[in-house]
Design a protein around this ligand. Structure first.
Ligand SMILES: NC(=O)c1ccc[n+]([C@@H]2O[C@H](COP(=O)([O-])OP(=O)(O)OC[C@H]3O[C@@H](n4cnc5c(N)ncnc54)[C@H](O)[C@@H]3O)[C@@H](O)[C@H]2O)c1
Length: 335
């Protein structure tokens, strides 16, 4: 493998992945195609601008021309790009289908006609919520609860269909809730952390007993790297922390780490259709040599420190009109 196309490399996970691939594979050239939506931040990869093994292409994965332009000469594609926020999908944006389904098809078509290795970065949300003590296995039925999860499930099914029908060398990773530096501050951990630094309320959905497996971004990226280079075609690999945390516990940890006033934690109306519990069985991924290296307490402390030290990064986002607009729509009617 000499040249790989990563989509969504200006987003949260994508920016960490691009940096990791360049660091861990000294002979690899990485091309990053990103549409620069509200979540795509060029500053997330500003440190790579002078790297001769890195190329940025401003483009849309749902465009045949943009994909062809970016993927020319590549040996593989890792599709990280997505509309990724559940609450925005509930607000009804068509872009969830355009990017997560149609964009996936565009990349698959290119990979098929040029016989490339393909990896789809997916999510545990495609399984829907699961009752304890079950942990989702890769062969479990897909029951995405939100339009976001449904669009990701549709993308996964397309990938598996291309592997079976056309013999495409494609695999899928399904990661659990991921957190770390550069995460867009609409998601729970960066939202609560930055609100805490500003003395604002921390709006907790419902009773806060929704259980998640919080995965540090570097661990998620090491799994993507491993599966892309060593995963079996046509196979799916769960990527989880195998450590369950209710959202309310995460909120309390953030309050402790930031020194926020516990009274700022405010219950608000729950998200419609909100899944109660995700849990993944990751034996298959462990079977090909993956292990998580960062436990939740360590990763969360690192993340809170990063947001403390990088106020200009998140202030530029949160002080913008688009963020205020989204916040008013999403939280305005909840309290
Ligand atoms: N964040 C999580 O907790 C999590 C967990 C599991 C899986 N995932 C998956 O990981 C991937 C990345 O998630 P994230 O949290 O980093 O997302 P993000 O929202 O931070 O970044 C998405 C990136 O994709 C780009 N993008 C969007 N539409 C595009 C298009 N049509 N063409 C090109 N680029 C486009 C955006 O500009 C942005 O840079 C997604 O596929 C998501 O489903 C995320």
């Amino acid at each position: 493998m000499k040249r790989v196309l990563v989509s969504g490399g200006c987003g949260f996970i994508g920016s960490h992945l691009v940096r990791r691939l360049l660091r861990e594979h000294s002979d690899l050239h990485v091309v990053n195609i990103d549409l620069l939506t509200y979540a795509g931040r060029p500053e997330n990869v500003a440190d790579l601008a002078d790297n001769p093994r890195y190329t940025f292409v401003h483009g849309d994965i749902a465009s045949v021309e943009d994909v062809a332009r970016a993927a020319e000469g590549c040996d593989g594609i890792i599709n990280v790009a997505a509309e990724s926020h559940v609450d925005r999908s509930i607000m009804g944006g068509d872009e969830f289908v355009t990017t997560n389904v149609f964009g996936t098809k565009r990349l698959l078509d290119y990979a098929r006609t040029h016989e490339l290795r393909y990896l789809q970065v997916s999510t545990d949300e495609v399984y829907g919520d699961v009752d304890p003590p079950h942990r989702s296995l890769e062969g479990d039925p897909l029951h995405g609860s939100s339009p976001y999860a449904a669009s990701k499930a549709a993308g996964d099914l397309l990938v598996l269909s291309y592997a079976r029908t056309f013999g495409l060398n494609a695999s899928i990773t399904r990661g659990s809730n991921t957190y770390g530096p550069y995460q867009f501050p609409e998601k729970l951990i960066p939202l609560f952390t930055t609100n805490a630094f500003d003395g604002k309320d921390l709006p907790l959905y419902g009773d806060g007993m929704q259980v998640r497996e919080m995965l540090f971004v570097e661990d998620h990226c090491s799994a993507i790297d491993l599966v892309f280079f060593s995963g079996v075609a046509g196979e799916v690999y769960n990527v989880g922390a195998e450590h369950e945390v209710p959202n309310i516990e995460t909120a309390h940890k953030i309050i402790e780490l930031t020194g926020a006033d516990p009274a700022t934690l405010k219950r608000v109306a729950d998200r419609p259709g909100h899944d109660r519990r995700y849990a993944l069985d990751c034996s298959k991924l462990r079977g090909i040599g993956w292990d998580r290296t960062t436990d939740f307490d360590t990763g969360l402390a690192l993340t809170v420190d990063w947001f403390r030290d990088n106020r200009p990064w998140w202030e530029a986002i949160k002080n913008g009109e688009a963020f205020a607009d989204y916040s008013a729509k999403n939280y305005g009617t909840r309290s």
